[in-house]
Write a protein that binds this ligand. Structure first.
Ligand SMILES: Cc1cc2nc3c(=O)[nH]c(=O)nc-3n(C[C@H](O)[C@H](O)[C@H](O)COP(=O)(O)OP(=O)(O)OC[C@H]3O[C@@H](n4cnc5c(N)ncnc54)[C@H](O)[C@@H]3O)c2cc1C
Length: 521
């Protein structure tokens, strides 16, 4: 009997040692997976230790353009530990994002970033001038109710972004580094971080509970986080016009040209940005001189005479740049651990200069949603909560997006008599003054983000056009034209509204995610 007890005792001892050993082994493996136990993890690519998921970084931001830089400062100011990875930290010379609407300026103020337009020779913009067939009308922003500082701003995009980057990097809890993010690191459907390449070609990884992708209009990373439906109706060809004054100082100028609009607005005390819209996928070649010829023969005769000489000089100077004008409705696939922002998420035609306003407004929405959260580590609870973002952003985003798409179509020349009538009706409606000009301008400027007002003004233009056709005596031909005008107007606006989402746009409170509260841990 005693022998049996002895054997069982020895076996139990061995079993105990075996289980203890196994447990210790597991513990050891867990520690080495986690890293040094101080919040750093071992990189799967280079074997080095980096700020990791359990401590040193709260949020990774991919791209430090308008959206990324503003977001980094905002979240950093709220005490988050932010790691920004930007492909190129030098000041860029771009033709995009040079006119900030007053609504965007208000958002800059909300984010405490308005000083970023103060030392860059930015120009105040107080309204628009609209030109058609030698006539023009002045459309002022309704700024009376706002602080005297509130207005639009024209500037060099690179200077503005650089100020925001500097401001973000001045926070001790924000790190800004140069690198190109090559992919998102996903584990069982949750984004854990990013893989990126440094300037020296070294491949590294970074981990955080939340990754915000702000890699702009050419985003390579968005396809993991949304279903992109990108449309490129035209390109903007950009020139800098110097040594001349705008016909209406401190105004954006829109010329309703043939085949499509031309824009002028100040970007410094001595420079005016000109953007010429060229419809279609193909551009005349700059290298062969075809572009200069197109600008001189087709475009120059349509620019206001005050700008003609300087416009020709700008062509001769030769610094001609172009960018595709993309539009892409927001179509997110909510993914735990990651979020899209800025042009990577949502784009609209740049005719109305609304992209930065939408991006900054989205940042305010996201900041307010994240503020009550201490801990971002429960990725699926966070993802579920942040679904409200897609509805809360809609009033501003869908108003600006819809107006940009609709105005672009209305402002393009067309051989169709109904479209011609609509274009003329739009110019004349805006020239009526009062609510007919301040209404649409306050929508465009981001000062009145109400989608229903937009639809009302759009159809008021169409009805105004039909009314003119039918007065004083309606003929069958004119009534038929009026019917086609209404049909054309509907054909312009309804597809855009459908893409924006009727329910989110007009009845956001009926979307369940709208009411979602922060997760309780
Ligand atoms: C021709 C044109 C004119 C426009 N004019 C106006 C205007 O007047 N007013 C206005 O409000 N909007 C305008 N827009 C739209 C506006 O430019 C954008 O809405 C705005 O710049 C969006 O900011 P973003 O941060 O998303 O993108 P961006 O400002 O383009 O920033 C993206 C950043 O991500 C970085 N990046 C890209 N890929 C990677 C990667 N893999 N890894 C790391 N970093 C990466 C880029 O280097 C860049 O710094 C215009 C657009 C166009 C096309």
């Amino acid at each position: 009997m005693d022998g049996q007890y002895l054997v069982s005792g020895v076996l139990a001892l061995f079993l105990g040692i075996f289980l203890l050993y196994k447990r210790l082994g597991k513990e050891k493996r867990r520690v080495s997976k986690k890293g040094r136990g101080d919040g750093y993890v071992k990189s799967s690519v280079d074997g080095g230790f980096r700020p990791g998921i359990d401590g040193s970084t709260d949020i990774i931001i991919v791209g430090a353009g308008v959206a990324g830089a503003a977001l980094a400062y905002t979240l950093g100011k709220d005490g988050r530990r932010v790691r920004v990875i930007e492909r190129d930290l030098t000041e860029q010379d771009r033709i995009v994002g040079e006119l900030l609407q007053p609504g965007g300026y208000l958002k800059l103020m909300e984010l405490d970033l308005e000083d970023c337009v103060q030392t860059i020779d930015a120009q105040r913009v107080i309204g628009y001038a609209l030109f058609k067939d030698g006539k023009h009308t002045q459309l002022s922003y309704p700024l009376e109710k706002f602080h005297s500082d509130v207005a639009g701003r024209g500037f060099h995009n690179g200077r503005f972004v650089q100020r925001m980057r500097e401001k973000a990097a001045s926070l001790p809890n924000v790190s800004l580094e140069q690198g190109t993010v090559t992919s998102l690191i996903e584990e069982k459907g949750t984004v854990r971080g990013v893989q990126f390449k440094t300037k020296a070609g070294e491949e590294l990884t970074a981990y955080a509970p939340l990754t915000v992708v702000c890699d702009g209009c050419f985003s390579n990373l968005r396809r993991n986080l949304c279903t992109p439906k990108v449309d490129v109706p035209s390109h903007f060809v950009g020139l800098v016009v110097e040594n001349c004054d705008l016909p209406l100082p401190n105004h954006g100028h829109v010329i309703l040209a043939d085949p499509s609009p031309i824009l002028f607005y100040p970007i410094s005390s001595t420079e005016i940005r000109c953007l010429v819209d060229v419809p279609g996928q193909k551009l005349p070649s700059v290298a062969s001189g075809e572009m200069a010829k197109y600008l001189k023969t087709k475009v120059a005769p349509q620019v206001p005479p005050e700008l003609y000489k300087a416009f020709i000089a700008a062509i001769d100077k030769g610094n001609i740049k172009s960018m595709p004008n993309r539009s892409m409705p927001a179509n997110p696939q909510p993914t735990p651990g990651a979020l899209l922002m800025g042009d990577a998420f949502n784009m609209r035609h740049p005719l109305t200069g609304g992209g930065m306003t939408v991006a900054l407004s989205d940042i305010v929405v996201l900041r307010n949603l994240l503020r009550p959260l201490q801990d971002l580590n429960d990725a699926s609870a966070l993802c579920n909560y942040l679904e409200s973002f897609y509805t809360l952003r809609k009033p501003v985003a869908s108003t600006i997006n819809t107006l940009a798409g609709a105005l672009y179509k209305v402002f393009c020349a067309s051989p169709d008599p109904a479209r011609k009538e609509m274009r003329q009706a739009c110019f004349d409606y805006l020239s009526l003054g009062g609510l007919c000009s301040t209404g649409p301008v306050s929508l465009l400027s981001g000062l009145n983000p109400r989608p229903m007002h937009l639809v009302c003004h759009f159809f008021a233009v169409a009805v105004y056009g039909v009314g003119r056709l039918c007065l004083p005596f309606p003929s069958v031909k004119r009534m038929w034209l009026g019917a086609r005008l209404i049909k054309g107007a509907s054909g312009i606006i309804f597809p855009i509204i459908r893409d924006e989402g009727v329910r989110q746009m007009f009845f956001p409170a009926t979307v369940p995610a709208y009411h979602r509260g922060p997760p309780v841990y």
